[in-house]
Design a protein around this ligand. Structure first.
Ligand code: MEV
Length: 337
């Protein structure tokens, strides 16, 4: 069997709802137009069951046996191997091997959704290279299982954001099903937001989710109150987007950030920088898992109702502006190079 497919998936930002989403609260998420492109070739190898993986931006070129199990994602590239293994396990006819090439402009390990984009795009590219026109719900199921291998407990909202694109409200139901509501046109109402990379966090998403779970064991009332505040901001954010009132999102950012600080997912240096933004009449929040100990918390959303304020705004030292459109297209086919 031989065939080739190329797909791309966007990054994502969580506008409201991170961490609370893991416990069944809603999250408002938007795809952003940094993209990851995955090209998969189902190929004839001299040896059966081999995977050739190339990620030029990380200088990765590895050939591994597909029977090799990846129990823990330790090195760059492990997640891609895991995605190929899980994503193709139930194929009826297996090719001799795969060639995978990954090119990405999504910052890794920083709340921009690079793991979800990788899981979704690798599954879709491998299956399509084998002639399997896999349905989006099945891609979501497999990609969520790949994420759980990497992060432990995961809500699945990142996977939905990069798969479906646009702006979505998602909620993990009690029976493990991810409900979603698409908010068409909402991307155009997000111009109060600018995106900054505050530095790669010291902790992984899995470690951050674990830290919140331990805090919940020790101080359930504190975590419950924070999650309720986050959930209310998420619902109010949805309502503001539906009535076309982007400016109403700014005070919600203040509330959500205060709740995220209360559960300890914003490191000290980032809290200081956010207080300085608030002193200037703006608001800012982490987006994604955040961090505990380092100087950076990954993606930070800065909000202000006046576009001129953003023009005057000087970002804190070390923060990098990412000028990306929100509400970008989800998973799509590309022409194989
Ligand atoms: C990570 O982008 C968002 C978290 O809420 C984890 C999850 O929802 O799976 C921290």
């Amino acid at each position: 069997m031989s065939g080739e497919a190329a797909v791309s998936a966007p990054g994502k930002t969580i506008l409201f709802g991170e961490h609370a989403a893991v416990y069944g609260h809603p999250a408002l998420v938007a795809a952003l137009d940094h993209r990851m492109t995955v090209t998969a070739r189902a190929s004839t190898f001299s040896e059966r069951g081999m995977l050739r993986l190339e990620i030029p931006s990380l200088r990765i070129a590895r050939t591994v046996a597909l029977t090799q199990t990846v129990d823990a994602v330790k090195e760059p590239g492990d997640l891609a191997i895991l995605a190929v293994t899980i994503g193709t396990a139930d194929l009826i006819r297996h090719p001799d091997g795969f060639h995978i090439r990954i090119d990405s402009t999504i910052p890794a390990g920083s709340g921009f959704g690079s793991s979800a984009a990788l899981a979704v795009a690798v599954v879709a590219a491998c299956r399509r290279a084998c002639g399997d026109d896999i349905a989006p719900d099945e891609i979501a199921r497999l990609a969520s299982s790949i994420e759980r291998h990497q992060h432990g407990r995961a809500s699945g909202v990142d996977v939905q954001a990069v798969l479906r694109g646009g702006v979505l409200l998602c909620r993990l139901s009690d029976d493990g099903f991810l409900e979603r509501e698409e908010l068409p046109g909402a991307g155009a109402r997000l111009d109060a937001f600018r995106l900054f990379h505050s530095g790669v966090p010291n902790e992984t998403t899995g470690e951050m989710v674990g830290a919140v779970r331990r805090l919940q064991d020790r101080e359930p009332a504190r975590v419950r109150e924070a999650f309720e505040t986050i959930a209310a901001a998420t619902r109010d954010g949805r309502a503001a987007l539906l009535r076309g009132d982007g400016a109403a999102l700014v005070p919600l950012v203040l509330r959500a950030e205060a709740a995220l600080e209360a559960i300890g997912v914003v490191p000290g240096g980032v809290i200081e920088a956010i207080r300085a933004i608030e002193a200037e009449g703006g608001a800012a929040k982490i987006s994604g898992a955040g961090g505990l100990t380092g100087a950076g918390a990954g993606l930070v959303l800065v909000a202000h109702a006046e576009p001129e304020w953003h023009e005057r705004f000087t970002p804190p030292k070390g923060w990098i502006a990412h000028r990306v459109r929100l509400g970008a297209e989800g998973l799509r086919s590309e022409i194989a190079a």
